[in-house]
Design a protein around this ligand. Sequence first.
Ligand SMILES: Cc1ncc(C[n+]2csc(CCOP(=O)(O)OP(=O)(O)O)c2C)c(N)n1
Ligand SMILES: [Mg+2]
Length: 368
Amino acid sequence: MAVTRTTDSGLAASVGLTDADLVAMYHKIALARAVDERMWILNRAGRIPFVISGQGHEGAQVGIAWPLERRKDWIAPFYRSIATCLAFGMTAQDILMAQYAKASDPSSGGRQMPGHYGNVENNLVSLSSPVATQMLHAVGIALAAKIRKTGQVAMTSMGEGSSNQGDVHEGLNFAAIHRLPFILVIENNGYAISVPAAMELATLDVADRASGYGIPGVVVDGSDVLACYRASKEAVDRARRGDGPTLIEAKVIRLTAHSSDDQQTKYRPEQELAELPSHDALPRFRDQLREAGVLSEALEATIAAEIKAEVDAATDHAEAEPDPDPSTAMRWVFAEEWPSETPPPWGLGSHGMAGHEGDTSAASGAVD
Ligand SMILES: Cc1ncc(C[n+]2csc(CCOP(=O)(O)OP(=O)(O)O)c2C)c(N)n1
Ligand SMILES: [Mg+2]
């Protein structure tokens, strides 16, 4: 997948990236789409029980996740965050293992709901099913980062419908008062299941609310990957400098039904559905890279072949892996005595439980 030019394109330079970065971003967006499409096929074939899709959100997710530092910063994702998780270190195989709920599924060993990805290694917080609860998890992580002076940034993402939950107000108010290194991403796809945005919000833009918390609110076109990248880079830099949170609202599209159990033709007009592909970030970014001379036909074909091979191998692997043993159904569901065979995410280290319950030293500093 090497880029052969010796100097980077003007497009890459315009956002302070390299051509290799742009190709890597395109690869993640296209991979997320391919994994998602495979999930629908597997669902319709009766192999996996449920799909909740990220199609139409991928460009925004990759653009926004890109400026964060992997394995240092944290993301608390939501059920459409397949591209976010892929951009932050998960693999197609990790995603499909969760869909199949196999014993070796890295998200939860097959315990979580479908679409509830999480990855300890890559600082991706496991989802909760009630929408917007991830807000408080991410704000808490940002608070810890500030107290511990780690230089980390915490981001969370959710839909515009979820942004109306009380947790969001509480979290943003707290994060803003304490200038936490925190970013709230609203992926506004115009619907909360079948409810259109006009019935969820009295304003056009969720980002308008940011001024009520004294923080910047940015609206960005979610079909413009590099605009999303720029908005996120600014927010990450600001958070890292200690200047506090940002609310980014990406206007995206939901290319599929809400889930594999929903029929969107019941509530979305035919014309709206027909026009969706013209707002899709994937072909738009591909055209942009072609025009800039970053993506040649040969490179595009290589990427497509790599992605197909990766998704095929991931499917074969997930199909072949064993299901969890039913006798272990309660494991990792209720609290167990540590240490168990699975170390807690914070690690046992040399101090055993002390880093978890007994150690108050990290929390003793005031939030300035
Ligand atoms: C607290 C809570 N209320 C209701 C639900 C049911 N529910 C699941 S997804 C969803 C719609 C959320 O819409 P939005 O936040 O816009 O995200 P989108 O699905 O459009 O990406 C609802 C109401 C839930 N999971 N949690
Ligand atoms: Mg929505």
